[in-house]
Design a protein around this ligand. Structure first.
Ligand code: FEO
Length: 403
């Protein structure tokens, strides 16, 4: 059964939700699925903007045919070639052999690599090229590394609808609610939108800023991403979030405590630090066990909060492996501009602080507080005092501008 939604008078969402999927990109856990968005424009010509993952192929194809209602498909605009969006290209071509595929040079190379039978039925476009479909005219805007090198976005200059590829996307299936103004975004979507952005596109902040700067020069009234909700109101809200994330500027002054503990002593130290911060009146504290929390959630909160407290046990004279993974991911995703507190533990040769600092040194503009704590097996009166000094230093640093 078809399941579509009207976006404008002549534009339809023809995507589909996948609530069975457990891991996005086979890495990131999904608690509530994901949507693959695609759109059909009915003008003098018919246009499909992107396709969908093959797991939802049948639903997607049924939706496309329902909206076309017997008309032929004239154009298929491909903004992004990651298989969660391009996997159904071949089936569309097989069903609509007359369709002209419109995309960038790099995208056509990838279509060839994926062995999609585009043949000669394609139109290669470059940044600034325009196409008219009848009433609607679009302009193509390059968006390299948002989030692959071939990516572009397409602006309908007639009504300001931007088909923005991976930008402004989110995890979570939409379950009927297509527009961001149909949900409580802050409560129900923001965390998953941030986790999507930071883990999928977070590394490419400068490229995202380039796209946002280009976007400032045109009149955008609606954002139609490839995942998640469509924005038709309050676009400034989500653009402001993107500016924070893309420039690695924290959303909030707060302390993210991530601890690595084998038998509970480092965890007890992390709990003590959290209590000290709250006792001193600073309660915006979030704490995670690095062994129990998928790193994608930690990365999301690293982008959210201004301060990070890393508390790690020493393991084989090195870092505890999950903590190592977290720090490696921070570096890989270009995390920067954070104030970091470091606490180590070890029963015979504590090394974790040195190892964590070595990794933080490899990142940009990370300020490591001088007041470090080295616990020997468990907190004692002396290290408790040092922890108190660290808590004071964290709070004091809130009032300073490091970046
Ligand atoms: Fe959802 Fe980069 O693809």
């Amino acid at each position: 059964m078809h399941c579509v939604r009207k976006v404008t008078d002549d534009l339809y969402w023809v995507g589909a939700n996948d609530k069975r999927i457990h891991l996005f990109e086979n890495i990131h856990p999904l608690e509530d699925g994901v949507s693959y968005n695609a759109y059909v424009l009915l003008d003098e010509k018919t246009v499909l903007f992107d396709t969908a993952d093959w797991t939802v192929g049948r639903q997607f194809l049924e939706n496309v045919e329902y909206v076309l209602n017997g008309r032929k498909l004239d154009y298929m605009v491909i903004n992004h070639m990651e298989p969660d969006h391009c996997a159904s290209i071949e089936e569309i071509i097989l069903r609509h052999p007359e369709v002209k595929v419109v995309s960038t040079e790099k995208a056509f190379l990838m279509m060839n690599q994926f062995k999609f039978p585009v043949n000669d039925n394609f139109i290669q476009v470059e940044a600034g090229d325009t196409m008219k479909f009848g009433k609607h005219e679009v302009v193509f805007i390059n968006a390299p590394m948002v989030h692959w090198p071939e990516a572009m976005v397409t602006l309908d200059t007639t009504n300001g609808v931007l088909f923005c590829a991976d930008a402004f996307g989110s995890f979570k299936s939409i379950d009927g609610k297509l527009f961001a103004d149909e949900v409580n975004f802050d409560r129900d979507w923001l965390d998953e939108a941030r986790r999507y952005y930071t883990n999928i596109v977070g590394k490419y902040g400068p490229q995202v800023m380039n796209l946002l700067k280009k976007a400032q020069t045109v009149d955008i009234k609606m954002l139609c991403p490839l995942h998640g909700l469509v924005w038709r109101k309050d676009l400034g809200y989500i653009i402001d979030k993107y500016v924070h994330w893309a420039t690695y500027k924290p959303e909030e002054q707060g302390v993210l405590i991530v601890y690595a503990s084998m038998y509970g002593n480092t965890e007890a130290t992390a709990q003590k630090l959290a209590s000290m911060l709250c006792e001193k009146g600073f309660t915006n504290v979030r704490m995670y066990d690095v062994s129990k929390t998928h790193v994608s959630y930690l990365i999301s909160d690293v982008f959210k909060y201004s301060h990070i407290a890393l508390c790690s046990v020493t393991y084989n004279l090195d870092l505890f492996p999950p903590m190592k993974t977290f720090l490696d991911d921070m570096k890989a995703l270009n995390v920067q501009k954070r104030v970091v507190a470091v606490v180590e533990n070890g029963s015979w040769a504590p090394q974790a602080a040195t190892k964590m600092e070595e990794r933080l040194d490899e990142m940009k503009q990370m300020t490591v507080l001088n007041e470090q704590v080295s616990v020997l097996s468990s907190l004692n009166t002396s290290t408790e005092r040092e922890l108190e000094n660290l808590a004071d230093s964290i709070i004091e640093s809130m009032s300073q501008s490091y970046f």
